[in-house]
Design a protein around this ligand. Structure first.
Ligand SMILES: *Cc1c(COP(=O)(O)O)cnc(C)c1O
Length: 855
C-alpha cells in the first residue's frame, strides 16, 4: 500500500486533518553532531546496523516484543545446516554432544555452570512457567493439611497469572502482592522471626524486569525472601504456615537486554525465550533449574519420548529419568533451533564491542538504556504550545539508576485541552511513519491497571461495554485502556529516538523540543575490567629436568616383586585425545592426572565439541611424539611435514573454555589453551575438516574421576573415565583366536593397539585381570576402577584408520553383549612412600584379586 492510499484510508477512518505537511519546514535535525550511541562509537555502531539494512526506513521500536536478528546470523546458521549432518539426538551421539555443549554455553552466558544449574529446553517462557507450576510440589508430603501457596506479584505477565489455575487445581492457596507492597517488604529490615516445621512449599513468581515499562525488580532479594521477608502474606491467609520459599524468576524481558549473573543470585527457577535475546530462533526457550531445587518439581505428570528410564505400555508403570533436562524435555527437542543458538551466541559476541565491563550484555544494556533515557527526558519536557503537558508517562523509575530501569518507555499522549489521545490513533500514525511500536496493555493487566488507574470495576465495565484485550477500543469515557510502549535493542540508535519524536511533533504536539546533550561517553571504559594475562602453567615448569629423569633407572629397577613372573611390557601415552599412541620404551613419569602428557591435548571442532575417532577415524594417523630434551610435542602424519608444539606453555594463545561431552551428561567444562593457528591449520588439513583447533588442557582445570560411593577423588586428564587403562596381551591373544572373520587380519600387536591401553602386560593366563582389585607395578600401587566399556572405536585399525566389524562383534559374542575389555586403574602411590614417580618398562607386576586382599 502506498503511503498516500494509507493516508487517505486513515483520514477517512479518523476524520482528523492530516496536517503534518505543514510542519515539514521544521529546522532540519542538526546532523553534524550526530551521535548514535552513548557507549558504542559511531564507527562500531554503523557496523552493527549494517546487519539490519532490511529495515529500510522502518524504525523498529519493539525490542521487548521481539528483538531483531542480524542478517549474517542466518547465513552462518544456514552454512552449518547445509554442510553438516544432524540427526535426531536420540539417534546420534554427535548431535546430542552438540546440544550438551550448547547447554553449557547457555549456562556460561548466565555465569553459571552445569554443577549448579540445569538447562531444560522448552518452547519459550510460557511453557517454562507452566512446567514449573505443573511439576511443583505445593502440599506437604507428610502433612496433607498443609496445602502450600502460590504467591505472585500482580505486575506479572499474563503467562504468569495463568499459573493460578494450575495452582488452584493443586489446592494451593493463591496470594498476590502489589508492586508497592513487594518493594516495601523487601526494603524493610524487619525479619520474621518464626519458622515453621510445616513441610508445604511456597512458589513465588516475579519478573526480573517488567515487560510493561522496563522497571527492574531486585534480583538480590532471593535470600531475603527465602528467609521470610514475605512470610506475613502467607500468614494472613493460612492457619497452617509454611516458609519453604521457592523463587521462579520470569527473566524473559530482563535477559533480552541485560546480564543475568547467576553466580551471585540464584533463583530456584529461571525462564526465558531466546527470540527475545537473539531474534531467532522462535519457538525456543529455556527453564533453568537450580540443581539443588530440582526435587521440589516432583509432580510432573505427563511423560513423553526420552523422559523415562523404564516404562510398561500395558500397565501404569513408568520411571522418569534422573537427569533433570532428560526428565523435563518430552519428545524430541527442537534440535536444529538449539544448534542455531550456538551461532546466536557467537554472532552477538562478535558483533557487539564489549565496551562496558568487558561484557556483552552489560554493553547492550547500557547502550539501550541511554536511548530510552534520552527519549524519556524528551517526553518529560514535551509540552503543547499552550503549556499543557503532552505526555503521560507510566514509569516506576526516573531513569537515574540502570539497575532499576531497562530500555523501555511507556506513555500516552494528551491533547492541548488535557484529553487523552487513544493509542489506536497513535498506532495508525506510527504505521504511516513506518514506526513499529507496541500499543495496548502488553499482556500485563496488573501494571496496566495500576498505571492507568483502572479499578477492577472499571475493567469489568469496560468488558461489558465491549472492550476486549487487544482490540482497538483505546479510550472509554475518555480514559485510556492501554498505552504506547517503546523499547530499544542493541541495533537502535539515537536516530530512532529522533524519528519517533519528530513523528510525535508532526502529528500530535506541534512544538519543537530540544534534544538532550548527546555524546559517546568513552569514559565508561574505565569500568572495563583489566584482563589478567593467563598464568603460565606451573606444572610444566616443575617438569622433570631430563638429566634427572633417567638417572636412577638402575635404582628403580631394584624393586620389590622381583619374583613376579609378569612384567610391564609397554607403556603408551596418547598425548592428543583420540589420536595415535606414543610408545615409550624406557620409563615415564606419573603425574597427578595419570601419565604425564597423556591426553593433555584435544582437538575441538568449531562447535566447541571435542573431536573423537568415532567421528573422524583418521585421527589415529596423527602420531604425536614427545621430545623431552627439546621440550616439544611433534605431530606426524603420513605425507605431511611434521609440526611441533612446545610442551611448556609460555607463549600460550587464547584461553578457551570448551566442554567435553561424555556418554550421557555433559557436565565437564574443560579449560584449555589454544595452541595457535599453525598447528590448527595443519590438523585441519590432515583430517580434512575445517576450523579444527588444538587445545591444551590447562593446569588448573581439574576434572575429577566420577565418584563411586564417595571414594577419594582422582584428577583426570582428557581421558574418558580413569587415569590408566591396562590391557593383558594374553587376553588379546585369546580374543584373536575367537575371531573367525577371515577378512580380519590383525596380528596380536595390531589388535592390542586397537584397545589403546596405557599399560600393556603379558601373562600366561587370559582374562584373569578382570578379577583384580589392586595392581602393583614396580613399587607403584594402583587401584582397579572397573572394566573398560568398549564402543566402535576398537573397530578402527590404528594404522590405517579403516573401520572393521571386528573385534567388537566377537567381544559382544564372548561376553554376552557386555562390551568390556581391559581394566581401568587409578594411582594410589608408592609402596615405600617415596616420592619416586617414574614407572619403568619391564617392571615386575603383582596383582591382588578380590579374595586375597589382606589389608
Ligand atoms: C515476553 C514475556 C513473557 C512471555 O514470553 P513468551 O515468549 O510469549 O512465552 C513472559 N514474561 C515476560 C516478562 C515477558 O517479557
Amino acid at each position: 500500500m502506498s503511503v498516500l492510499s494509507h493516508v487517505m484510508k486513515f483520514e477517512q477512518m479518523t476524520k482528523i486533518p492530516l496536517d503534518y505537511e505543514k510542519y515539514n519546514d521544521q529546522p532540519a535535525e542538526p546532523y553534524e553532531m550526530n551521535v548514535l550511541s552513548q557507549v558504542i562509537s559511531n564507527e562500531q555502531m554503523t557496523k552493527i546496523t549494517s546487519g539490519f539494512r532490511r529495515l529500510g526506513d522502518r524504525c523498529y521500536l519493539d525490542n521487548a516484543g521481539a528483538t531483531l536478528y542480524p542478517a549474517n546470523l542466518l547465513d552462518t546458521i544456514n552454512d552449518d545446516l547445509v554442510n553438516n549432518v544432524y540427526m535426531n539426538p536420540h539417534t546420534d551421539k554427535y548431535t546430542k554432544d552438540c546440544l550438551e555443549q550448547i547447554r553449557c554455553l547457555v549456562l556460561k552466558h548466565f555465569n553459571t555452570n552445569p554443577s549448579t544449574y540445569s538447562v531444560v529446553f522448552t518452547s519459550g517462557t510460557t511453557q517454562s512457567l507452566k512446567l514449573v507450576a505443573e511439576s511443583f510440589q505445593f502440599s506437604g508430603v507428610q502433612d496433607n493439611l498443609a496445602s502450600g501457596s502460590f504467591v505472585y506479584l500482580r505486575d506479572n505477565h499474563t503467562s504468569v497469572l495463568g499459573l493460578r489455575e494450575i495452582a488452584t487445581d493443586k489446592n494451593a492457596d493463591i496470594i498476590h502482592i502489589s508492586h508497592d507492597d513487594f518493594l516495601e517488604s523487601l526494603a524493610s529490615t524487619q525479619q520474621t522471626a518464626w519458622r515453621d516445621s510445616n513441610d508445604a512449599n511456597t512458589l513465588f513468581v516475579y519478573p526480573a524486569q517488567s515487560n510493561f515499562n522496563g522497571y527492574k525488580y531486585p534480583i538480590d532479594c532471593i535470600d531475603k525472601i527465602k528467609s521470610g521477608c514475605l512470610n506475613h502474606y502467607v500468614k494472613k491467609h493460612l492457619c497452617k504456615i509454611n516458609c519453604n520459599w521457592y523463587i521462579l524468576l520470569d527473566a524473559a524481558s530482563y535477559v533480552s537486554t541485560n546480564k543475568l549473573d547467576l553466580s551471585e543470585n540464584q533463583p530456584d527457577f529461571v525462564c526465558m525465550s531466546f527470540y527475545k535475546i537473539f531474534g531467532f530462533p522462535t519457538g525456543l526457550g529455556a527453564l533453568l533449574i537450580k540443581n539443588s531445587s530440582g526435587n521440589v518439581l516432583s509432580q510432573k505428570r505427563y511423560f513423553g519420548g526420552g523422559t523415562v528410564d523404564a516404562l510398561l505400555s500395558d500397565e501404569d508403570y513408568h520411571i522418569k529419568r534422573e537427569i533433570l533436562h532428560e526428565r523435563f524435555e518430552d519428545g524430541t527437542v527442537s534440535f536444529l533451533s538449539i544448534l542455531a543458538l550456538k551461532h546466536c551466541f557467537d554472532n552477538l559476541n562478535k558483533l557487539i564491542p564489549k565496551v562496558i565491563n568487558n561484557d556483552l550484555m552489560d554493553t547492550i544494556s547500557h547502550h539501550s538504556y541511554y536511548l530510552a533515557k534520552d527519549l524519556y527526558q524528551q517526553l518529560l519536557l514535551l509540552k503543547h504550545n499552550n503549556g499543557a503537558k503532552a505526555v503521560m508517562l507510566y514509569m516506576d523509575s526516573e531513569f537515574n539508576d540502570i539497575s532499576k530501569q531497562g530500555s523501555i518507555v511507556t506513555f500516552n499522549l494528551m491533547r492541548e485541552n488535557g484529553t487523552y489521545i487513544g493509542y489506536t490513533e497513535f498506532q495508525h500514525m506510527a504505521d504511516l511513519f513506518n514506526l513499529s511500536v507496541r500499543t495496548g496493555c502488553f499482556c500485563n493487566s496488573g501494571s496496566c491497571q495500576r498505571h492507568l488507574m483502572m479499578t477492577n470495576k472499571d475493567m469489568k465495565e469496560m468488558y461489558k461495554a465491549g472492550h476486549r484485550c487487544g482490540d482497538e477500543v483505546d479510550l472509554i469515557h475518555g480514559k485510556p485502556t492501554g498505552a504506547i510502549r517503546v523499547s530499544f535493542g542493541y541495533y537502535n540508535t539515537f536516530n530512532d529516538v529522533d524519528k519517533l519524536i519528530t513523528m510525535i511533533c508532526k502529528c500530535f504536539v506541534k512544538t519543537t523540543v530540544t534534544k538532550p546533550k548527546r555524546y559517546t561517553d568513552y569514559n565508561v571504559n574505565e569500568t572495563k575490567k583489566v584482563i589478567k594475562p593467563d598464568k603460565p602453567n606451573s606444572i610444566f615448569h616443575r617438569l622433570i629436568n631430563d638429566t634427572a629423569y633417567f638417572r636412577d633407572i638402575k635404582n628403580i629397577l631394584n624393586i620389590p616383586h622381583a619374583d613376579s613372573k609378569i612384567a610391564l611390557k609397554e607403556i603408551s601415552i596418547f598425548p592428543i585425545k583420540s589420536c595415535g599412541a606414543f610408545k615409550i620404551d624406557s620409563a615415564w613419569k606419573i603425574g597427578p592426572k595419570g601419565f604425564e602428557f597423556d591426553r593433555d591435548w584435544m582437538i575441538i571442532k568449531d562447535t566447541g565439541v571435542c573431536l573423537t575417532q568415532k567421528q573422524n577415524s583418521r585421527m589415529c594417523m596423527i602420531r604425536p611424539t614427545i621430545d623431552l630434551k627439546r621440550r616439544l610435542m611433534i605431530l606426524n602424519f603420513k605425507g605431511k611435514e611434521p609440526i611441533s608444539v612446545p610442551l611448556d606453555i609460555t607463549t600460550q594463545g587464547k584461553f578457551k573454555n570448551t566442554s567435553m561431552c561424555h556418554s550421557k551428561v555433559c557436565t565437564d567444562m574443560v579449560k584449555g589453551y589454544d595452541c595457535g593457528d599453525d598447528v590448527a591449520d595443519w590438523i585441519s588439513e590432515a583430517l580434512e575438516v575445517s576450523f579444527l583447533r588444538l587445545i591444551r588442557q590447562a593446569d588448573e582445570d581439574s576434572r575429577i574421576q566420577k565418584k563411586k560411593n564417595n571414594e577419594d577423588i582422582k584428577l583426570l586428564s582428557l581421558s574418558n573415565q580413569a587415569q590408566f587403562l591396562l590391557i593383558n596381551k594374553a587376553t588379546v591373544r585369546w580374543l584373536s583366536k575367537q575371531i573367525r572373520d577371515p577378512m580380519f587380519t590383525d596380528d596380536i600387536d595390531q589388535l592390542t593397539d586397537r584397545f589403546r591401553g596405557n599399560l600393556i602386560i603379558d601373562m600366561d593366563e587370559e582374562l584373569v585381570e578382570r578379577d583384580w582389585q589392586k595392581v602393583f607395578i614396580g613399587k607403584h600401587e594402583f587401584k582397579v576402577e572397573g572394566q573398560c566399556p568398549r564402543c566402535q572405536m576398537v573397530c578402527i585399525d590404528q594404522q590405517t584408520g579403516e573401520k572393521t566389524v571386528e573385534p567388537l562383534r566377537t567381544i559382544s559374542e564372548q561376553f554376552g553383549g557386555k562390551l568390556r575389555f581391559g581394566i581401568y586403574l587409578s594411582y594410589v602411590g608408592t609402596i615405600d612412600a617415596s616420592n619416586d614417580n617414574v614407572l619403568v618398562v619391564y617392571a615386575p607386576i603383582k596383582a591382588k584379586a578380590d579374595d586375597d586382599i589382606s589389608r
